[in-house]
Write a new protein. Structure first.
Length: 206
């Protein structure tokens, strides 16, 4: 998958698209990451665990522990929280241009960050349906911990591989789990928004 990368004063961004992947599949993925986390980046991911699992219909506040080693050799036990859009700084929400969005906050590299969870920075993933599948954009924006342009490119290489692998496994995984009707084991949340930029708010999550 080709993904043109850009950088600005806020952070690093790249655009992407998929054929045969639907917006609903990507919505589903964010509440079911443990089912496909190693497939998302087989070379760099280890099994994911939930510190706070998502609830059916509402993943806001869920926290996943995402152990991984990036191309620069850094192994990280990242604690990552699914954010309520209204709690995200307005200048970061200004980047929302598509119909579906998730913004997650990196809280820290160990369980001690849960005692005082203050974002180091944010990741925005957003997408919407097209005639052929989906088009999207992903962004990395440091706040408490600013990221250098070089660090942004390391992230883009990692995240670009993740997003690209959706095209390899996500349609099949989503279809396989349709048989699981228990929403405690197979939750779903619609991540579509009304409005764009700082006016965006979830349509179906209160």
């Amino acid at each position: 998958m080709d993904y043109p990368i850009s950088q600005d004063a806020m952070g690093t961004h790249f655009d992407w698209k998929h054929e045969g992947v639907s917006a609903r599949m990507i919505d589903w993925f964010w509440s079911n990451m443990e089912k496909g986390f190693i497939l998302w980046h087989p070379e760099q991911h280890e099994p994911l665990e939930w510190a706070t699992a998502p609830k059916h219909g509402n993943p806001i506040g869920s926290i996943h522990i995402a152990p991984q080693t990036w191309s620069d050799g850094r192994r990280q036990d990242l604690y990552i929280r699914f954010e309520d859009l209204k709690d995200v700084p307005a200048e970061i929400r200004d980047y929302i241009v598509y119909e579906h969005v998730v913004i997650v906050a990196g809280l820290g590299l160990g369980a001690e960050c849960l005692a005082k969870p203050e974002p180091m920075g944010y990741r925005i993933h957003q997408w919407e349906k097209t005639d052929y599948g989906v088009v999207g954009k992903s962004s990395a924006i440091g706040t408490r911990r600013k990221e250098t342009p070089a660090e942004g490119l390391v992230w883009a290489a990692h995240a670009g591989q993740e997003i690209g692998n959706w095209g390899v496994f996500l349609p099949q995984l989503y279809t396989l789990y349709k048989v699981v009707s228990d929403t405690s084991r197979n939750p779903f949340a619609d991540l579509s928004v009304s409005g764009r930029g700082r006016e965006a708010h979830y349509r179906y999550i209160s």
